[in-house]
Design a protein around this ligand. Structure first.
Ligand SMILES: Nc1ncnc2c1ncn2[C@@H]1O[C@H](COP(=O)(O)OP(=O)(O)OP(=O)(O)O)[C@@H](O)[C@H]1O
Length: 500
């Protein structure tokens, strides 16, 4: 079979970084081709070249159906049949579903007015082809993240795309939404569309791929049918380590001492709105890693925002046996709390600043004496974390904006870990992080607990929760629906509490 798209000897150099080094990638029509590789391996850069966002260095070639092409920009890429669906959604919330699908190319009547009936009918046709039940006239802002992602796919289909690139599409989806997306991707492939699927999740890769290409340090290390790939081999190709050596054994450092106790934590009513999260009671022990699990929308992030003072609440929080009034994040920080948010780009980092500056934002005073900042000490501390977490950056002075997504996430974690809060809340700490780095994050959290810090881990990755928690609290519809000791927490018992 002739490939639909061939990328031959593609390189891309940024100042101080060779992001791609003579990469070859052949994509066939009708196949799901998974692109795997650790954070910073070059996956997104390759996709940006394929969609005309970036130009490759001279010397390589791109062919579509055998013909050499120069992909000038994203509009040109689309006209060549290449579309991309990003994890950060590109839909407009205050337009309807069909307005989004036909944005900037609405069908017109002879009078020059938009032909809404046709637009809705065509959208309905694409959606039913996908087998999803979404009203074309619904406002996109009222839909779930998963549904919004499906709208993007509907848009790509209506462009008659021959190749659809999905960059970590399931990262923010619930389990159910993710399986709908996987099913849909397979269906599109069976209709002859080529799919490029970027993912860090091993189970998902094996569920969806026809072929897998692994990138490492900007080079193609292997391409093979998924039937000739195993988890062990994939991990070895990606991070050069064995899967069973990556994750160590769990040791609990939890003590009997209660460090924080939370009672009747309830969202504060805003005007006439009802409250969602209510009556949350739990204790957190010194040195404990406490997992918080729940399905998407169960209220996990809301609970953490209330504890951290960024969401109005009623109820009592005590720290070290004393009532703590926390009505803003600065109150929380004063009481020794740290919060690694789920949304790294908008709340976790100042993208235009360097890795070092972002790192020390939370604890600059540690490096100050008199009125001076001891730059050497600051840079050395930052370099230690770069090493411990394997942050891929040419230097601590690199702007965070230029790091890959997974490496940005590691910087957020490093800056809070270095502050050494008494209580650290981490929300989805390993989303978008490769499997090697995930092991490093788990080990960092374990050693912080060993030093006596208490950690709350919020994650929708159930195996992760089970692997690192001393105890698991389950939320369902804004309330605690289960509390399980490490011995009693299994996939089944936790899911049962989460779904009732
Ligand atoms: N504009 C830029 N300037 C400098 N370096 C860059 C720029 N864009 C990307 N890089 C670097 O190129 C390398 C490849 O990054 P890329 O985003 O392609 O990785 P990735 O495989 O998609 O990683 P992740 O899994 O974390 O998303 C990284 O070292 C990154 O820091």
């Amino acid at each position: 079979m002739k490939p639909f798209l061939e990328m031959i000897s593609i390189s891309k150099t940024f100042p101080g970084v060779k992001a791609l080094d003579h990469v070859d990638l052949h994509l066939n029509s009708g196949e799901v081709h998974v692109l795997a590789g650790e954070n910073g391996a070059g996956k997104s850069t390759l996709m940006k070249i394929m969609t005309g966002v970036l130009r490759a260095d001279p010397g390589g070639e791109i062919r579509i159906e055998g013909e050499p092409v120069v992909i000038k920009n994203p509009v040109h890429a689309r006209s060549l049949g290449i579309s991309i669906i990003y994890q950060e959604l590109a839909v407009v919330n205050n337009l309807t579903v069909s307005e989004n699908v036909f944005l900037a190319r609405e069908p017109l009547r002879p009078t020059g007015l938009i032909d809404r009936a046709k637009m809705n009918a065509d959208t309905r046709a694409v959606l039913s082809e996908l087998g999803v039940d979404i009203d074309p006239e619904a406002m996109v802002g009222t839909l779930s993240v998963g549904q919004r992602q499906l709208i993007e796919i509907a848009r790509a289909i209506s462009y008659k795309s021959k190749l659809i690139i999905m960059d970590e599409p399931t990262a923010s989806l619930s389990h159910h939404e993710a399986s709908t997306l996987l099913r849909m991707s397979r269906k599109l492939a069976s209709q002859g569309v080529g799919i490029v699927f970027i993912s860090h999740k091993l189970e998902e890769i094996f569920e969806i791929a026809d072929r897998v290409t692994v990138l490492r340090d900007g080079r193609t290390v292997d391409t093979r049918p998924v039937s000739e790939m195993t988890s062990d081999l994939l991990v070895r190709l990606m991070v050069d380590r064995e899967l069973d050596q990556l994750f160590g054994h769990h040791t609990s450092h939890a003590t009997a001492e209660v460090l924080m106790s939370v009672r009747n934590l309830t969202e504060k009513r805003v005007k006439d709105e009802g409250v969602f999260v209510r009556d949350v009671d739990f204790d957190l022990h010194r040195g404990e890693v406490l997992g918080f699990f729940g399905l998407v929308g169960a209220g996990r992030t809301e609970v953490m925002e209330m504890i951290f003072g960024s969401r109005p609440h009623t109820g009592e929080i005590s720290i070290n046996g004393k009532p703590a009034r926390i009505s803003s994040p600065s109150d929380a920080i004063e009481h020794g709390l740290g919060f690694v948010t789920e949304d790294r780009q908008s709340r976790g980092l100042v993208l235009g600043m360097s890795v070092r500056e972002n790192f020390s934002l939370t604890h600059l005073s540690d490096y100050c004496s008199l009125d001076f900042v001891n730059r050497r000490k600051e840079t050395a501390a930052c370099a230690d974390y770069i090493r411990a977490l394997g942050i891929k950056t040419p230097s601590p002075e690199q702007k965070v904006l230029n790091l890959s997504g997974g490496n940005q996430q590691k910087v957020v974690l490093a800056k809070w870990a270095a502050r050494r809060p008494r209580i650290l809340i981490v929300d989805e700490p390993t989303r978008g992080i490769d499997i090697g780095a995930k092991a490093e994050v788990h080990s960092l959290l374990g050693s912080m607990a060993e030093e006596g810090m208490s950690i709350i881990v919020v994650s929708s990755d159930l195996p992760e929760i089970l692997a690192i928690s001393d105890r698991v609290i389950v939320l369902k519809e804004g309330r605690i629906s289960g509390e399980l000791t490490r011995e009693n927490a299994t996939q089944e018992s936790v899911m049962l509490a989460a779904t009732g």
